[in-house]
Ligand binder design. Structure first.
Ligand code: ADP
Ligand code: MG
Length: 392
């Protein structure tokens, strides 16, 4: 069956859409990527999303409006990816939409006698189903959270499908706004997986560059700014003391922990200590690499330090980040997802196509050992498409 996956990540750079052909098999489903594209957000829309996601400036009315607007844009992107593939939306069985994360609070403080975990992804699935006519599964994270999990990461199942190897240990490292890794022990199929967020991917780099350029630039494209700077060791030590790094998996994070507050602290330190903009960007880039390396050496089996490290996500295009990562993990063999057999930019969106498929077949999509949930759960909310005939 043809399934579309839609995703907009923490970076809020645009909507990723992947069109997959998924073939049920006795053991694991087989997937083939038919088409993939990214529909970038305008600078203005990106700014609006980031403001809505910032606890200090997000307004409920704005989140409400963005929910509907993003639903429309997700629907257009689904239509576009099918057009590019030369097929009709009528030939699409399902859409899986991750949405746009606005808030993610996996810690569970006790309030009114109950422990409350919460996460919010917007991009209204009713709009997607209405415009496309296709049954849409969305909101995958809250069910895992309701079952006691972090609601993240949800991509390891797909990572294992795509990249497990008969002999070699592999790590899939997604360098999105937040960085997350999946450890795939050689020869073990879906068993023995470990996965969690390691901390920032591009989120601090992007945030700093945007502030330093007064919004003229949104990322350190090709690592050009970092290349002109030197890593400030003292500042790097300050960053490495971030409490998220001390925690052990299962764990997940977001802009709440690596957002405006950290950026303000960095800019303040840079101003008082005369640290240049280039050194600042070089240092936060090194922070991403060092925080990944810390988790690989501390939280994975010892053999992981010489695993194959498959990089994906936008940060894989930042040569400074990749160089620093190789320096921090000298025994790992780095390769891109494309070199390992699947286009890196298509992975996250494909994961949500796969999750929609699993839900439609009544199969759980979370891996409790990874998210910390108390049981495997069928994830998501289903909005009926045009062909839906009720529960038969
Ligand atoms: N050529 C590049 N050089 C440096 N950074 C890049 C480049 N291309 C993409 N990026 C980074 O990747 C980010 C988008 O990555 P993505 O995987 O889509 O993250 P998310 O899942 O959070 O949306 C951009 O915001 C930018 O920081
Ligand atoms: Mg993105």
């Amino acid at each position: 069956m043809n399934v579309i996956g839609l995703m907009s990540g923490t970076s809020a750079d645009g909507i990723d859409a992947a069109l997959l052909e998924i073939t049920p098999k006795k053991a694991l489903p087989e997937i083939r990527l038919i088409q993939f594209l990214v529909r970038p957000f305008s600078a203005q829309l990106r700014e609006r999303i980031l403001r809505a996601a910032d606890a200090a400036s997000g307004a409920t009315s704005e989140i409400c409006r963005l929910n509907a607007l993003l639903g429309e844009l997700f629907a257009k992107t689904a239509a576009l990816v099918t057009r590019r593939a030369g097929i009709s939306l009528r030939d699409v069985a399902l859409i899986g939409s991750h949405g746009q994360t606005i808030a993610h609070f996996p810690d569970a403080p006790v309030e009114h006698g109950v422990s409350v975990r919460s996460t919010l992804q917007i991009g209204e699935p009713s709009v997607i189903a209405e415009r496309t006519g296709v049954t849409t599964v969305a909101d995958f994270r809250p069910r895992d959270m309701a079952a006691g999990g972090e609601g993240a990461p949800l991509t390891p199942y797909l990572h294992a499908l795509l990249f497990r190897h008969a002999r070699r240990d592999r790590i899939v490292l997604n360098l999105g706004g937040i960085a997350n890794l999946t450890f795939l022990p050689g020869g073990r199929g879906l068993r023995g997986l470990l996965a969690f967020d390691t901390g920032p991917g591009n989120v601090l780099i992007d945030g700093l560059v945007a502030r330093l350029s007064s919004g003229q630039m949104y990322a350190d494209l090709d690592g050009r700014i970092a290349r002109a700077g030197q890593v400030n060791r003292q500042l790097l030590r300050f960053l490495m003391a971030h409490p998220y790094l001390k925690r052990r998996p299962p764990k997940s994070t977001g802009r709440e922990a690596f957002g405006p507050l950290v950026i303000d602290a960095l800019l303040h330190r840079a101003a008082t200590r005369g640290i240049t903009k280039e050194d600042l960007v070089a240092t936060v880039t090194a922070f991403t690499a060092e925080s990944v390396a810390l988790h690989v050496t501390r939280d994975l089996p010892a053999a992981a330090v010489s695993a194959e490290l498959i990089t994906c996500g936008g940060g894989a295009n930042n040569p400074m980040l990749i160089t620093q990562l190789q320096e921090a993990l000298p025994e790992c063999r780095l390769l891109t997802a494309s070199e390992a057999g699947f286009p890196g930019r298509a992975i996250e969106a494909s994961a949500f196509a796969l999750l929609a498929y699993l839900t439609a077949y009544g199969l759980p999509g979370n891996l409790p050992a990874i998210t910390g949930a108390s049981h495997p759960a069928i994830l998501g909310k289903i909005v009926p498409g045009r062909a839906f005939r009720g529960l038969q």
